[in-house]
Design a protein around this ligand. Sequence first.
Ligand code: FMN
Length: 184
Amino acid sequence: MLNGKTVVLGITGGIAAYKSAKLVSKLKDLKADIFVIMTENATEFITQLTLQTLSQNPVYIDMFKLIEKAEIGHISLSKRGDIIVIAPATANIIGKIASGIADDLLTSTVMASNCPKLIAPAMHSNMYENPIVQQNIKNLEDLGYEFIGPETGKLASGDIGIGRLAKIEDIINKIIEILKIKKH
Ligand SMILES: Cc1cc2nc3c(=O)[nH]c(=O)nc-3n(C[C@H](O)[C@H](O)[C@H](O)COP(=O)(O)O)c2cc1C
């Protein structure tokens, strides 16, 4: 169970974003408190309304929209999470984080945070195997970022290869392992 734990879930603009609804739902079953941050591009793939309904919390997208009281959104969200999970993570977000870019709410929150970070990449195998993406992942791993997946199988394009989002159950087990919570 994840009682009393807060998961800040970043969702980015990949086709696997629809799977994040199941991730939110399962985390909710485990009694986690979930705050979703979507990139603008993620809203092309899944709605804020769906994620807000499933998480039972506001879903944040816009960096410059005043959220709670007089708080600065990315600072308050970065302090709130026991863990930040990005699932699915695009090649773009991995590159931005690895390069120290903080030009939207999700990347700014990651930059401001000192909690564990778990990244679940999902993309076409040609993107995943691109040496730039591999180097960015390695750089982030060297800095202590945790990764899970991707898996090999059928991709959205119809091709077979590496790039599928890790299974939701595996992402949840990894969150539990990182937070060092005993499984029941
Ligand atoms: C239909 C479609 C599917 C996409 N799927 C992926 C994907 O699975 N993984 C990925 O890294 N990029 C994917 N992209 C490209 C990203 O949307 C693009 O790199 C975007 O800039 C990501 O923005 P974000 O990281 O801020 O969410 C896809 C684009 C389209 C149009």
